[in-house]
Design a protein around this ligand. Structure first.
Ligand code: SF4
Ligand code: SF4
Ligand code: SF4
Length: 292
């Protein structure tokens, strides 16, 4: 195994460990253990996949289930840390820092410069639910509309401000916070599941999710992204386009010998696994043409 093949595992590990050190400074050492643990897992998994790429999707889904399951069942439902977007408003009005704000800073403002929107394909439990239940059942595919996405983000922020001012702040009431955690997760899963049948796979992720709206601002500058390695080997079989849950037109990037700089690519690597000609892979690149 060459050193260059370990570039992705090594930078993943150091990025997460660095994040852990920063969050430790703001909170406590458990966060360092959490993030450096994720970094070590990513390192081991990616090193394993260099040798056994055929297990890429199975291993990724296992990692997503373990990390997402830990965040949901332990940190969220047991300890009461809310990772959903409105909690940022709830917390900041009280001047406290918890899960949603940490997730936004770490996974939406920092990580996108290293691993794009990879949180969505490695750690998000709602993303895992959509991935396991979604089908490309819709005949008509709606692409993300920035006005709708930002309008949704602003609308739920305003709704959160109203809750704080007129009702109660879930940041200060544990019972209310747990009710919000359950309610918000059920809401997202339900509308995501229903929307999928009308507007295509991962509908909530592609069209509405405020976290992707934010990280998509920066993900085109990701150090690692899906890159075309040998575009003249492409047979235009279109398997990559058919498998992509975010409806990225991968083939057009390949034909132009460009890296995939799409704002909604979640780095799931389904396209990489689907391409039997090894035309694409995750690697570092500096291609800056942005689409989406
Ligand atoms: S887009 Fe939102 S809901 Fe979908 S995987 Fe990413 S964070 Fe989770
Ligand atoms: S799957 Fe590979 S060979 Fe087929 S269109 Fe995509 S990049 Fe080309
Ligand atoms: S372009 Fe590839 S890595 Fe990105 S979302 Fe689509 S299938 Fe996943």
């Amino acid at each position: 195994m060459t050193i260059s093949k370990l570039k992705v595992p090594f930078i993943s590990f150091t990025s997460f460990t660095f994040i852990g050190l920063i969050v430790w400074w703001f909170r406590d050492i458990r966060y360092f253990a959490l993030f450096s643990g994720i970094g070590m897992t990513e390192f081991l998994v990616r090193t394993f996949l260099v040798k056994f790429p055929q297990y890429r999707q199975k291993v990724r889904l296992i990692v997503q289930a373990v990390v997402g399951g830990f965040l949901l069942f332990y940190l969220s439902l047991t300890i009461g840390v809310n990772f959903q977007f409105p909690q940022i408003i709830f917390d900041t009005t009280e001047g406290i820092v918890t899960g949603a704000l940490i997730q936004t800073v770490v996974a939406r403002l920092f990580l996108p410069f290293v691993l794009g929107n990879a949180f969505c394909s490695r750690a998000c439990w709602t993303g895992l639910f959509f991935e396991l239940t979604n089908t490309k059942s819709s005949k008509k595919v709606y692409q993300r509309n920035n006005y709708l996405a930002w309008g949704y983000l602003i609308a739920i922020s305003v709704a959160a401000v109203i809750v704080v001012n007129k009702l109660v702040n879930p940041a200060t009431d544990e019972a209310v916070r747990k009710a919000f955690i359950i309610g918000e997760n059920l809401y997202i899963i339900t509308i995501g599941f229903v929307l999928t049948f009308f507007v295509g796979s991962r509908a909530y992720c592609r069209l509405l999710c405020p976290f992707l709206t934010i990280s998509g601002l920066f993900s085109p500058w990701s150090y690692f992204k899906v890159r075309t390695t040998q575009h003249d080997e492409c047979t235009s079989c279109m398997k990559c386009n058919k498998i992509c849950p975010m409806y990225v037109d991968i083939h057009s990037y390949v034909k132009e010998n460009k890296a995939i700089n799409h704002r909604q690519c979640i780095l799931c690597e389904r396209c990489v696994s689907a391409c039997s000609n090894n035309v694409i892979k995750v690697d570092s690149n500096r291609n800056k043409k942005i689409v989406g």
